[in-house]
Design a protein around this ligand. Structure first.
Ligand SMILES: Nc1ncnc2c1ncn2[C@@H]1O[C@H](COP(=O)(O)OP(=O)(O)OP(=O)(O)O)[C@@H](O)[C@H]1O
Length: 264
């Protein structure tokens, strides 16, 4: 079986729900060995683009490619062996234990429905340790807090040992400690695509950014190239002050117009 290798590309992808187009001919690339952040305002199309990248949606026009091969040519097993996804859907109602959920990440690597091996268990436990959730291993997923559950879903993705790791707002529900811990883990995959709202985290952990606005890519490049005060004002309508921490741009945000100025 061939494997998925190379950059993940979207080329001229157009997609709508019903009659309304949500992505209008988007081009982007998530380069190999790098973490690419998808940022942009609410409703700009980030989740839709991510879902196209892992094949949950098909574009009406354009195509998604892994390396030079169209995503549509990969079968499900092939994709599951190389691509892990952490999405926003709430899977908390399942009666499975944390161990059972995380071990599901090993399924694509089994040729038939057999027992999990010692090595599978070791990989799953290691992933749980990495997300600071080893102590939850025997709990039911349904009784976890939002942040605990989110970390378990990241552990399941890591258990897949993916070449491509795609995550939709993985820092949702997480305290600031785990926001940083989880984003550091993107380095474990060879190529990652992460939807993020927090531009400070995006600047710190992403090698490249793609900025979406109303279904169009309005900027792409390194965080330093992309995240200018001008772009932040135009795209989000807020004022940003840049401070540099450890060589990384970080931002203080304020309303575009100071309320004090309105009162003369
Ligand atoms: N299943 C759907 N049916 C109809 N419209 C949808 C559907 N999913 C998303 N949309 C619409 O498509 C647009 C883009 O949504 P999408 O979730 O991709 O944006 P987003 O940038 O991820 O937003 P957010 O930051 O709010 O999560 C929005 O206007 C949304 O209302």
């Amino acid at each position: 079986m061939s494997t998925a290798v190379g950059a993940l590309h979207a080329r001229g992808v157009r997609l709508g729900y019903g009659r309304t187009d949500v992505l209008h001919g988007v081009d982007m690339v998530a380069r190999e060995g790098r973490v690419t952040g998808l940022v942009g305002p609410n409703g700009s199309g980030k989740t839709t683009l991510l879902r196209l990248l892992f094949g949950a949606l098909r574009p009406a026009e354009g195509e998604v490619l892994i390396g030079d091969r169209p995503l549509a040519q990969f079968d499900r097993t092939e994709l599951a062996r190389s691509m892990a996804v952490v999405v926003q859907e709430d899977s908390g109602d399942t009666a499975l234990s944390v161990a059972e959920v995380v071990l599901l990440g090993r399924l694509p690597h089994h040729s038939a429905l057999g027992r999990y091996s010692d090595s599978d268990h070791a990989i799953a436990l290691d992933a749980l340790r990495r997300v600071g959730a080893a102590h939850l291993v025997d709990r039911d997923l349904s009784e976890l807090s939002g942040g605990e559950r989110q970390r378990v879903m990241v552990a399941r993705a890591l258990t897949q040992q993916p070449r491509y790791l795609l995550m939709d707002e993985p820092t949702n529900h997480l305290d600031i400690h785990f926001q940083h811990e989880i984003l550091q883990l993107t380095e474990l995959s060879q190529t990652a695509v992460v939807v993020l709202h927090d531009l400070n985290l995006a600047a710190r952990y992403c090698d490249d950014l793609v900025v979406l606005q109303s279904g169009h890519v309005v900027a792409s490049g390194t965080p330093e190239e992309v995240l200018t005060t001008e772009l932040i004002k135009d795209v989000y309508g807020v004022r940003a002050t840049i401070v540099v921490d450890d060589g990384i741009p970080q931002f203080l945000f304020a309303p575009r117009f100071s309320p004090a100025a309105n009162h003369g």
